[in-house]
Design a protein around this ligand. Structure first.
Ligand code: CA
Ligand code: CA
Length: 298
């Protein structure tokens, strides 16, 4: 089994990135990941401002999948996410969605024990590990790992967790999959601009669907499909996400445009993944059970 070490990382998703490893479709691979601070913050007296900004948001990879080429879809099954024994949160005076509510910059080290994050003596939470940054090499642009887009990237979507399947468009040979920025826990919105940032290991199985158009990343869980859309502001992110959801359902049913619209309005929750990365990310949840008559599949 291929394991890509955390020191083999990128800071931008780029068509020019060279694969760190190549595997056959159907293979399992492990990505060892640093946290979004490149593991630079280990004590509470280290503020975010002290970190080297050029190494923020590393993504381990890229992994090439043999035979994946432009116009295909890369299928990523997230088999497991292991986290380190502590995570980091930073409040930063002028960052995130609520800087006006903060008392300045602060770092918290949050111990993680037996699947629980210990915020303080009174507050402990079960962790829900997720992958913040995951994506492929874009068509032409070079996109920093901190930015989300149709290639994936910094989507900070809490549903990207163990047991889910992510579909990503392919533009470059091998797809060039990279990932990092694990969160032990993060709520929708990610309003402070971080979750419990944590190093770890992600085990995935990769596969390729040949010759299938895909406009934007789609996540499949046991119960839902999530269409994920990012744009410069919340309104636009919501719009592209709804447009792509409408197309997704239209292509997989014999419903009219109006019927799809009605069902989106009745059944499909429009959700905010994050509002703090340079672009905003929304997702729309399509409950599989409600559409069971159509046996919707990717
Ligand atoms: Ca992130
Ligand atoms: Ca993060």
């Amino acid at each position: 089994m291929v394991e890509i070490k955390a020191n083999t990382s990128i800071y931008s998703f780029s068509p020019d990135n060279k694969p760190a490893a190549t595997v056959q479709p159907g293979s399992v691979a492990v990505f060892e990941t640093r946290d979004c601070f490149s593991n630079q913050i280990e004590t509470e007296d280290q503020l975010f401002e002290s970190a080297d900004w050029s190494t923020i948001n590393p993504a381990t990879g890229p992994l090439a999948v043999e035979g994946a080429e432009k116009g295909d879809v890369l299928v990523v099954d997230i088999l497991d996410i292991e986290t380190a024994e502590f995570g980091v949160m930073t409040a930063v005076a002028d960052m995130g969605a609520i800087p006006h509510l903060l008392d300045g910059s602060e770092t918290r080290i949050i111990p993680i024990k037996d699947g629980w994050a210990e915020f303080n003596n009174e507050l402990k939470f079960p962790i829900k590990p997720m992958v913040g940054v995951i994506g492929v090499a874009p068509a032409e642009e070079t996109i920093p790992c901190g930015t989300p887009g149709i290639h994936g990237g910094n989507m900070d979507t809490k549903e990207i967790r163990k047991g889910t399947r992510l579909y990503l468009p392919v533009w470059q040979e091998g797809g060039l999959l990279s990932m990092g920025d694990l969160h032990a826990l993060q709520a929708d919105g990610e309003v402070l601009f971080c979750g419990i940032e944590v190093a770890g290991r992600v085990t995935v199985k990769v596969d390729v669907v040949k010759g299938k158009e895909l406009a934007t990343p789609i996540l499949e869980t046991e119960s839902h499909f999530y269409v994920i859309g990012s744009a410069e502001n919340l309104e636009e992110a919501a719009k592209v996400t709804m447009d792509w959801t409408h197309s997704f359902l239209k292509e997989r049913t014999n419903l009219t445009n109006n019927e799809v619209g009605m069902l989106m309005s009745l059944l499909c929750d429009l959700q905010i993944s994050q509002i703090v990365d340079p672009l905003i990310t929304c997702r729309m949840a399509i409950p599989k059970a409600s559409f069971s008559a159509y046996k919707i599949s990717f």
